[in-house]
Design a protein around this ligand. Structure first.
Ligand code: HEC
Ligand code: HEC
Length: 323
């Protein structure tokens, strides 16, 4: 009955607006169609960030490493199960799995409230209070603007629920040793996205969300060596292939200091065409989610380039494909 009254009320608002536009003086009241439009925009923003910038979906789905850069297997979006262990990267102290973040009630996050999902994304705390290992880049997401975070949560709610119970992790160290607690801000309410006109600051924001630093900054005894930020050199194993993360600091000789914007853009935009990654390249592959980042807008990629040019030059010659 309540539903019926609500429905009738909505109908009469729509009808009034349609038939008696002149009588509709209450301009501040959003119409139903407007509300749907703004919700659609929020979900689109979340879709963009989760798939092409923050790469949530690439870590939380099945990836096909018979293809270049391991594109997500269609139909597995958010279902979890992807393995992260010390065979892939020596600095990972154990065996972890991307969790199921689809709205499935039993095996995903269907029963989590928005606040619970936000807390996991920005503080690494699960609904049941357990702490997440920081390979899940919540220390970065802790700096994200609240509207971007809420957009991601709204988008996750639209994923197709997938029933997939993901294995528990096995850590070789106590989680308290890894938890970056003191570095996290208690509240994300005052986080801002810098204006796009401030291209360097905006680019820094986008590269924080995209977490370029973790792979591209050398690990020393399991900790990122921020004195050599973006200096590269971490070795990843992708199947049979060993690949070293490149030096993307502003060093002209060993980093990307002498790269033109065009060369940088091309590193990403070539993968907008499926045929560029949709093949088995034999021995060479990469863990960098190029098939996902390729969907970043030109404007966002150019901002990241502008920001990287301002980083401290780190001299470190990296051989991309070591023997
Ligand atoms: C580099 C890979 C990676 C990226 C990128 C990533 N995650 Fe995760 N995420 C993980 C892993 C691995 C875990 C499980 C960690 C553990 O078991 O301690 C996890 C855990 C979670 C959880 C907790 C679920 C549960 O049941 O415990 C949520 C929610 C989540 N991630 C959402 C996101 C969202 C949203 C994004 C993007 C904004 C994101 N993740 C980006 C790897 C990633
Ligand atoms: C999961 C790890 C990972 C992440 C995340 C990552 N990269 Fe990479 N990146 C690599 C590896 C490994 C290579 C070397 C192989 C290749 O070229 O793909 C690389 C190569 C590159 C290169 C080519 C440099 C050269 O000398 O050829 C650029 C440029 C680059 N990354 C920029 C970025 C930017 C910008 C981001 C964030 C938007 C990012 N990467 C995120 C792992 C990563």
């Amino acid at each position: 009955m309540k539903k019926l009254i609500a429905l009738t009320a909505i109908c009469s608002v729509i009808c009034m607006a349609a038939f008696f536009p002149a009588c509709n003086n209450n301009k501040s009241e959003p119409k139903v169609a407007d509300q749907n439009d703004s919700l659609k925009k929020v979900v689109e923003r979340g879709d963009y960030l989760a798939n092409h910038v923050a790469a949530c979906i690439h870590c939380h789905s099945t990836r096909d490493f018979t293809k270049y850069s391991g594109p997500v297997v269609p139909g597995t979006e958010g279902g979890g199960g992807e393995l992260f262990d010390n065979k892939i990267l020596a600095a990972i102290p154990g065996t972890l799995y991307g969790k199921n973040i689809t709205p499935d009630n039993e095996t995903g996050i269907g029963t989590w409230t928005d606040d619970e999902v936000l807390r996991a994304i920005t503080h690494g705390i699960r609904k049941n209070g357990d702490t997440l290992f920081p390979i899940m880049p919540y220390a970065n997401f802790n700096r994200m603007a609240k509207d971007d975070l809420l957009a991601i949560v709204a988008y996750l709610r639209t994923l197709k629920p997938i029933k997939n119970k993901v294995n528990d992790r096995q850590l070789m160290i106590p989680i308290s040793m890894a938890y970056p607690g003191p570095a996290l801000q208690a509240s994300v309410d005052n986080n801002v996205r810098p204006p796009e006109s401030d291209i360097v600051k905006y680019g820094e924001y986008m590269s924080t969300v995209a977490d370029c630093a973790t792979c591209h900054t050398p690990f020393v005894k399991g900790q990122l060596d921020f004195a050599r930020m973006y200096g590269g050199g971490n070795t990843f194993n992708v199947g049979e292939c060993k690949v070293n993360a490149a030096n993307i600091s502003s060093d002209s000789l060993t980093g990307i200091g002498s790269w033109t914007e065009e060369r940088f853009m091309n590193k990403f935009t070539v993968y907008r065409e499926e045929k560029s990654y949709n093949y088995n390249p034999g021995k060479q592959n990469t863990v960098m989610p190029l098939s996902e980042y390729a969907g970043m807008t030109d404007k966002d990629l150019k901002a990241i380039y502008a920001y990287l040019r301002t980083t401290k030059p780190v001299s470190n010659l990296v051989e991309k494909y070591p023997k």
